[in-house]
Design a protein. Structure first.
Length: 647
C-alpha cells in the first residue's frame, strides 16, 4: 500500500481538486465587554490563583427520544473526575446552574449585531436562546447558552464570495489546566465570557485559501475595535473532508499560519485511511467479517526487560494482548507526517481508557527492540495468531484495561469502514490527534429560562452608524492614497483607521507620515514598554494640527512624543505650540552637504546610493529645522550639478 500523496510543499491546487478537498471554518472570537454574557461577573480578568475547587462527575442522560448521545457515552467511559478551580471575583452561582441567568448582555449583543452587518448577514428579528450540550466538562452545567444573530452572510475573496452560514453569540468555556489519567482540571475565569462564532460554508479548496479566509475574518472583526486580542482570544476550528471521506473537525487552532499544514496532514490521514479500508476489503475484511480477540498475557511478561511493561507489572497492572485477524502491515501504514495507523489506536486508548502514560501500547510491527523473540512466540501461541495477524499489547489497571481492549477493537473495526466521524485536536507540529467522537446533530434544544428578545428596525439603524467601512473598501482606498503595502492591512483592520483617515483628510498630512506615527513608531514604543495609551486621539489631533502648519514638526515629533511618554514633558500641548523650527539658510545647508560629501562620503558610484547616504547624514544634523522634502530636493540639485562627484 504505497503512500501516493506528494510532500506538503509540492502539493498543487490541481492535486487538492483531484482529492475533492472541501474545507469550512468555525471561528470563535471573544468580544470586548465589561461583563459576562448571562451574569454580572467581570469579563477578561484572568488569574493563575484560585479560591476554591469544586469536583464534579459527568454522566449521560436519555434524550427526549430515549437515546444517548455518542459523545456523552464516550465521555462516560473515561470515568473522569472534573475539578473546577474558581476565583470569587470571576465566578458566581449562575455558572453551576444554581441560579437563573440574567437577560443577555446588551453590550455583547450589539457588538455581535454590528459584526453581523459587517459580514453581510441577514439579521434575525428575534433572539432565541438555546442550550448546546458540552459533554467534556469544560462547562460545569453540561450545556452552553447560545443564540443566532445572523444567517446567510458573505465576504469577498479573490474573484468570488465565501458564504457564511451563521453568526452565533455564545458563552465561552473554561480554560483547561491539565488532563492526566482520570482527572481533568479547569479554571473558570474564562467561563461565560461573550464570544461570537462565525461559521463558513465549506467553500475553500486549498489549504492556503483557508488561511487567507481565516485572516480576512480576523482582520474584519478587529477593525471594529470591539473584540479581544492576544493568545486564546480567537480560536479556529477547521472542518476538512475529501472524496469518500467524512467531515473531520480539527479544534482549537490558535495560530492561523499552521492551518495549511494541519489541513495537508488531515488530507493525508483521510487518504491513507481510505487506502487502508480498500486494502482490508481486498483481504476480505469488512465490518461484518472483522475478527478480533484478546487475552491476559501478564504471566508471560513477568521477566521482561522492556521498561514500560516491566514498570506496569511492578505497579500490579495487567498486560493484555489483542489479536487483529488479517491485519498484518496495517498498524505500520503511514497516516500523517511521521505517524502510522497504530497512533490512531494509541490516541483512543489515551483519551478514552485514560492510559496517558506513553507508550501505552506495543504492536507486533514495531521496529524497535522491545520484548524478546521467545516471549513474542509464546504470546502468539496463546492467542492462536497466524503470520497474517497483527498483535497489540496494552497494559493498565483492571478497569482501564477492559476499556482499552474494547477501544482497540472498536478502532480497528472502524478501519474496515473508512474514516470515523471525530473531533480532533490540532497539534503544534501540524498534525492532529483524537479528541472525541463528533457530537450528534441533536445536541441543541430551546432554553426555557429566557424569553425571546425582539430586535427592532430602529435599534438596527442606530447600530449601523457604528459599523466601520468593510476591510476590502479600505484596502482599495489606502492603495490609491499611496500607503505602504505592508501597512495597508494593519491600518484597515485597526480601530485607529478612522483616526488615520481623519488626520489625512482634516489636516492634509501625508498618508506615509501619518501611517508611520500611528502604526510603526507607536508599535516600537509599545515594544519598548512605553505607556502608549497616553497617546489618545486628542493628543494625535493636537500634534498633527500643528504639524500641518509647521511641517518640520514631523521630523522632530518622534523625539518630543517619546519624551512625553517617558514623563520628561508634562505639558505636551504647550511644548508643541511653542515649537518653532530654527531656520537654516540655503548657504548653511549647502555648506553642511558639501562638508559631508567631502569628509564622510565613501567612494560610491551609483548616484541614488550616494544620495541616500548623504541624505541620512544631513537629516541627522537638520532634523526638525527643515522639512525633509526641502532637504531632499536641494541635495538632488546639488549632486546633479556636481555630476555626482565627491567634491
Amino acid at each position: 500500500m504505497p503512500l501516493l500523496l506528494k510532500p506538503f510543499k509540492e502539493m498543487t491546487e490541481t492535486d487538492y481538486a483531484e482529492l475533492g478537498l472541501k474545507v469550512g471554518l468555525e471561528i470563535h472570537q471573544q468580544l470586548l465587554t465589561e461583563k459576562k454574557l448571562f451574569c454580572h461577573c467581570p469579563a477578561g480578568h484572568y488569574s493563575e490563583e484560585y479560591d476554591a475547587e469544586i469536583l464534579r462527575h459527568m454522566r449521560p442522560t436519555l434524550s427526549e427520544l430515549g437515546e444517548y448521545d455518542g459523545t456523552a457515552l464516550m465521555e462516560f467511559k473515561t470515568r473522569k473526575e472534573i475539578i473546577y478551580q474558581i476565583k470569587n471575583e470571576t465566578v458566581c452561582t449562575y455558572e453551576i446552574d444554581d441560579t437563573p441567568p440574567f437577560m443577555i448582555n446588551r453590550q455583547a449583543l450589539d457588538i455581535a449585531l454590528e459584526i453581523a452587518m459587517l459580514m453581510n448577514y441577514k439579521l434575525v428579528s428575534e433572539i432565541h436562546i438555546a442550550r448546546k450540550q458540552y459533554l467534556d466538562g469544560s462547562i460545569p452545567t453540561g450545556f452552553q447558552r447560545t443564540t443566532i444573530v445572523g444567517i446567510d452572510g458573505w465576504i469577498p475573496y479573490k474573484d468570488r464570495k465565501i458564504g457564511l452560514i451563521q453568526l452565533g453569540l455564545e458563552e465561552d468555556s473554561c480554560r483547561e489546566v491539565s488532563d492526566v489519567g482520570h482527572t481533568r482540571i479547569y479554571r473558570t475565569d474564562r467561563l461565560g465570557m461573550p464570544l461570537i462564532e462565525t461559521v463558513t460554508q465549506p467553500e475553500m479548496h486549498t489549504p492556503q485559501e483557508v488561511a487567507d479566509v481565516a485572516n480576512l475574518l480576523r482582520w474584519l472583526v478587529r477593525s471594529t475595535g470591539k473584540v479581544r486580542t492576544g493568545i486564546g482570544a480567537a480560536r479556529q476550528d477547521v472542518n476538512v473532508s475529501i472524496n469518500g471521506g467524512t467531515r473531520i473537525e480539527i479544534k482549537g487552532v490558535h495560530r492561523i499560519p499552521i492551518i495549511p499544514l494541519l489541513i495537508y496532514n488531515e488530507v493525508l490521514r483521510q487518504y491513507s485511511l481510505l487506502k487502508i479500508r480498500d486494502e482490508l476489503h481486498s483481504r476480505g475484511i469488512t465490518a461484518e467479517t472483522f475478527q478480533a480477540e484478546s487475552a491476559n498475557v501478564t504471566n508471560l511478561l513477568t521477566n521482561t526487560s522492556w521498561d514500560p511493561i516491566r514498570q506496569a507489572i511492578k505497579r500490579n497492572e495487567e498486560v493484555h494482548c489483542v489479536k487483529l485477524k488479517g491485519f498484518l502491515g496495517i498498524l505500520s501504514h503511514p497516516t500523517q507526517t511521521g505517524k502510522v495507523f497504530s497512533k490512531e489506536i494509541s490516541d483512543r486508548v489515551r483519551v478514552i481508557a485514560c492510559l496517558t502514560r506513553l507508550p501505552n501500547i506495543l504492536t507486533s510491527e514495531t521496529t524497535e527492540e522491545t520484548i524478546d523473540g521467545f516471549t513474542s512466540i509464546k504470546i502468539r501461541k496463546t492467542v492462536n495468531a497466524t503470520s497474517r495477524d497483527a498483535l497489540i499489547l496494552v497494559w493498565g489497571n483492571k478497569e482501564d484495561i477492559k476499556t482499552a481492549v474494547q477501544e482497540i477493537i472498536i478502532r480497528a473495526k472502524e478501519a474496515a469502514i473508512g474514516i470515523p466521524s471525530e473531533t480532533r485536536q490540532a497539534l503544534a507540529d501540524g498534525t492532529n490527534g483524537f479528541e472525541r467522537i463528533l457530537p450528534g446533530a441533536d445536541r441543541m434544544y430551546p432554553d426555557t429560562d429566557l424569553p425571546p428578545l425582539e430586535i427592532t428596525e430602529s435599534h438596527i439603524n442606530r447600530l449601523r452608524e457604528n459599523v466601520p467601512p468593510p476591510l476590502w473598501e479600505r484596502e482599495k482606498k489606502y492603495r490609491k492614497l499611496g500607503v505602504p503595502e505592508h501597512l495597508i492591512i494593519p491600518i484597515a483592520s485597526s480601530p485607529r483607521a478612522i483616526l488615520f483617515e481623519t488626520i489625512i483628510d482634516k489636516y492634509k498630512i501625508s498618508p506615509k507620515w501619518t501611517a508611520r506615527y500611528l502604526f510603526e513608531t507607536s508599535k516600537a514604543w509599545q515594544r519598548a514598554g512605553l505607556p502608549i495609551e497616553k497617546l489618545t486621539g486628542e493628543v494625535w489631533e493636537l500634534f498633527f494640527s500643528h504639524a500641518a502648519k509647521q511641517p518640520a514638526l514631523l521630523e522632530k515629533g518622534e523625539e518630543l512624543l517619546e519624551e512625553f511618554l517617558q514623563g520628561k514633558i508634562f505639558d505636551l500641548a504647550q511644548e508643541i505650540e511653542q515649537f518653532i523650527p530654527p531656520k537654516i539658510k540655503e548657504s548653511e545647508l549647502s555648506s553642511i552637504i558639501n562638508s559631508i560629501i567631502k569628509n564622510e562620503l565613501p567612494n560610491i558610484a551609483v548616484l541614488e546610493k550616494k544620495h541616500r547616504f548623504v541624505m541620512g547624514k544631513v537629516m541627522e544634523k537638520c532634523r526638525g529645522q527643515l522639512p525633509a522634502k526641502t532637504v531632499n530636493q536641494f541635495l538632488w540639485n546639488l549632486l546633479r550639478a556636481n555630476g555626482g562627484k565627491n567634491e
